[in-house]
Design a protein around this ligand. Structure first.
Ligand SMILES: O=C(O)CCC(=O)C(=O)O
Length: 291
């Protein structure tokens, strides 16, 4: 596979310096036009391949760290809600997970020795009445706790917009400044498939009026921290909303995850290592899962 030569240090441009300030100040940032239209089309085609492959499964499917979540959407019937770690089997998605432009965005925050603990595709098909995410902090899902140190500043989530993200298409909603509030009680229930309600924010002591819509164009990259409160609503537009998420962590602060860059050099995926699937070593083969 190409693209795995060591990457020279990417200088922090004024645009990326701005994203660092914004990220530290608000707990999230957007960098515009990181990927061009041809690259977005290449990623969109990869999403479509994963969708087709996912629909072939009657139930949730796991093979190693690859996890395909299929769901019965009340309006659309069977849909692929999300795929985790498609990059083991898809060279296009694998190439983007270690793209030097993503390193340039995260390096000022977490350095050049970086592991990856999220590699995930999200779909919100047009007309879906099930694809939504309750307000949450990603920190809740970084388990076992002792494997993740200094979560507040060692971990950066990124999302590449494949389609326009607008309030009407189920854009993310972010709570500026919530990244400084530590772990908040936003409930312990499911996040995927649950509504992002003002009530949940109020219960956690947050003012819903302060929530910000994260509007993205295809090719834009959003970044947010493990404690930034966020959620997203239904896609009520006429077009699907796809989002490619890659979550990175300073390697010294994490005992889990796949290497993404060592001293800035991209690291290909090989045999899967422990990320979130605790039975990886006992049950590495393909199987169906009831979640
Ligand atoms: O795709 C979305 O809108 C939600 C993403 C999200 O909340 C997450 O990955 O934590």
């Amino acid at each position: 596979m190409d693209g795995f030569a060591p990457t020279p240090s990417v200088p922090v441009s004024p645009a990326s310096a701005r994203h660092v300030d914004e990220y530290r100040d608000r707990g999230f940032a957007v960098v515009r036009g990181v990927f061009g239209p041809e690259e977005v089309a290449e990623l969109a085609a990869a999403f479509d391949r994963q969708w087709e492959a996912g629909l072939a499964h009657p139930r949730n499917f796991r093979h190693g760290n690859l996890m395909v979540r299929v769901a019965q959407d009340p309006a659309l019937g069977k849909v692929v809600a999300m795929v985790q770690w498609p990059s083991y089997g898809d060279p296009v998605l694998a190439r983007y997970r270690t793209d030097p432009r993503l390193l340039a965005l995260v390096e000022p925050l977490i350095g050049r020795d970086v592991k990856q603990i999220i590699n995930q595709l999200h779909w919100k098909p047009a007309g879906s009445s099930g694809a939504e995410f309750a307000f949450h902090q990603d920190a809740r899902f970084r388990k076992p706790r002792e494997c993740y140190r200094n979560l507040g500043d060692s971990y950066v989530q990124t999302g590449i917009a494949i389609d326009p993200h607008r309030p009407v298409s189920g854009a993310m909603r972010m709570l500026p400044g919530s990244h400084r509030m530590g772990s908040l009680d936003l409930g312990a229930g499911a996040v995927m498939g649950e509504a992002a309600t003002d009530e949940a924010l109020r219960r956690a002591g947050l003012d819903p009026a302060l929530a910000v819509d994260l509007e993205l164009e295809p090719g834009d990259v959003a970044l947010w921290s493990a404690f930034t409160v966020h959620g997203s609503g239904l896609n009520q537009s006429e077009r699907g909303r796809r989002f490619y998420l890659n979550g990175y962590v300073r390697a010294a602060d994490c005992d889990r995850g796949e290497w993404a860059w060592r001293d800035g050099a991209p690291q290909p995926l090989g045999e899967p290592v422990l990320v979130h699937f605790e039975q990886l070593l006992e049950r590495p083969g393909p199987h169906y899962v009831d979640v």
